[in-house]
Design a protein around this ligand. Structure first.
Ligand code: CIR
Length: 251
């Protein structure tokens, strides 16, 4: 189903202190990140989404990665219990805004869960059991949102959606490592070349797919699968280990 709302929050003043293992982390520009975020918001608005801005959070460096704060499905939101201490405290602003639109519930200890692990795949969710999300998190997700959740276990990764995203029409894009996982059975899988793995984190809005700029083979694959592609420069987001999905919660 094509989403109609996008919740976003612009990078706060502490953004350059984000959690990151990216080799160019030390070069991240707040000004550049804000410009790229503005372009992202404009693109979503041009695609017909109502863009809802959560007030900026200057205390938490990773606060623009709102996807990790909440999972929305079936007209309800689970507010995530973040795995990283430095990210706990990001959620209240997102929760307060979401509560204006739908019932919410907070995930509770011992659950850890981050929306970056949760692929929305039409009537079901596929979640990573990762460095950030545990089985208890998935159990609470499934119970509150009343939706089946398949899992992919890989504690070596931060978030599943950095490797697997759903495009629509029964088509996924996934890096080779996960392409044959039973949780993805029944979907058509596009596998980008290994050096274009970052392009697997796509954001689909109806028949349009937002992709990171510069991954030409992956873009051609997605176009040939029948989607319009809009490519965006997200270099300053990538330097904080973020990608296209991380910047919004869609419903
Ligand atoms: C973090 O490590 O938590 C942030 N620097 C990046 C979060 C990216 N979020 C996502 O992939 N959903």
């Amino acid at each position: 189903m094509t989403p109609r709302h996008a919740l976003v929050r612009e990078p706060g003043n502490q953004y350059t202190s984000c959690l990151s293992e990216h080799p160019l982390h030390h070069t991240v520009s707040l000004k550049g990140a804000r410009e790229q975020h503005q372009k992202y918001r404009e693109t979503l608005a041009e695609l017909g989404l109502e863009v809802i801005m959560v007030p900026r959070d200057d205390k938490h460096p990773d606060s623009c990665f709102v996807e990790d704060n909440a999972v929305v499905e079936n007209g309800k939101a689970l507010i995530c219990r973040m795995a990283k201490e430095s990210r706990r405290g990001e959620q209240p602003g997102v929760a307060a805004t979401l509560e204006e639109y739908m019932p919410i519930k907070w995930a509770e200890e011992p659950a850890t869960i981050e929306g970056g692990d949760v692929v929305h795949a039409e009537g079901k969710l596929i979640s990573g059991i990762s460095d950030r999300t545990n089985y208890e998190g998935v159990a609470q997700l499934q119970e509150w949102l009343e939706v089946p959740v398949a899992t992919i276990f890989d504690p070596t990764i931060m978030h599943l959606k950095s490797y697997v995203t759903y495009l629509g029409k029964g088509i996924m894009i996934a890096t080779e490592k996960y392409a044959n996982h039973p949780a993805l059975e029944g979907y058509n899988i596009l596998i980008p070349p290994a050096e274009e793995g970052y392009a697997a984190d796509t954001l689909a809005v109806g028949d349009t797919v937002l992709m990171a700029e510069g991954y030409t083979t992956a873009q051609t694959m997605v176009k040939e699968a029948g989607f319009d592609v809009i490519s965006l420069n997200v270099s300053e987001i990538q330097k904080c280990d973020g990608a296209l999905t991380c910047l919004s919660v869609l419903w």
